[in-house]
Design a protein around this ligand. Structure first.
Ligand SMILES: [Zn+2]
Length: 234
């Protein structure tokens, strides 16, 4: 069975057009729900901006053509994610601003400073003007996570399947707790974006959801993209 090796190579090569900034995940082992969840994640990052295939290509974890193929066309994929309006009805509320901090924090593996927000969806000046200062934005971020507002259940994937007590996709808050517990470091190889540029972290089910594993903190762990792909090969 050589297919996994090919899939891994394809995952690495398809990244070249993005300047090597991001590792494209192979969709071979991703469930349809995971593809839909990633569409929603990108939609949330975009806020009220237009949700286009091009935008997805820029921010998504999977190749748009794979999504197209697996979900029966781009239009069908959009429909499945509940994004038919062309743009998600999420508004420029705190969720979008806070989720952006979350994404930058996870990508860095540590707390972003004012300057680190540059180049992200919202500028540091934007945070300062909306929340008073960058420090106050960070305070709001903590409060937002603590209050449970950060429990962003993504509709189609939060559905609880038969035989399960939890939905498959961990809430943002649960992802946060796992990342904190594991120190933003891959539990298998010890890589972290905090010490090595380009490392992408994932929150992974230790016992697969498809095999009865639940989406609870004790069954979740941090894996880097490399170990997560390697795991799929087994
Ligand atoms: Zn690893």
């Amino acid at each position: 069975m050589y297919a996994p090796v090919r899939a891994r190579c394809a995952a690495m090569m398809s990244d070249s057009s993005l300047g090597g900034m991001r590792v494209r995940l192979s969709a071979r082992y991703a469930s349809d729900d995971e593809l839909v969840a990633d569409l929603l994640r990108v939609a949330m990052l975009l806020g009220t901006g237009p949700f286009t295939r091009k935008n997805y290509e820029r921010l998504g974890q999977y190749n748009p053509s794979t999504i197209h193929r697996r979900l029966g066309g781009w239009a069908e994929a959009i429909k499945r994610a509940g994004l038919e309006g062309g743009r998600p009805d999420l508004g420029h509320d705190d969720t979008v601003w806070m989720t952006n901090i979350f994404e930058v924090w996870v990508a860095r593996g540590k707390q972003p400073s004012y300057g680190h927000m540059r180049g992200s969806r919202f500028s540091p000046e934007g945070y300062a003007s909306r929340y008073g200062s960058w420090g106050k934005a960070l305070t709001k971020f903590q409060a937002w996570l603590d209050s449970g507002e950060g429990v962003v259940a993504l509709p189609p994937t939060s559905e609880v399947r038969e035989g399960h007590a939890t939905g498959k996709t961990p809430s943002l808050r649960l992802r946060w707790e796992v990342l904190q517990r594991d120190g933003f470091t891959c539990v298998t190889c010890g890589r972290s974006p905090a010490t090595e540029a380009g490392v992408v972290l994932h929150v992974d089910h230790h016992r697969a959801y498809s095999k009865g594993g639940e989406t609870v903190i004790d069954n979740l762990r941090v894996l880097c993209d490399r170990c997560n792909l390697g795991k799929s090969d087994r």
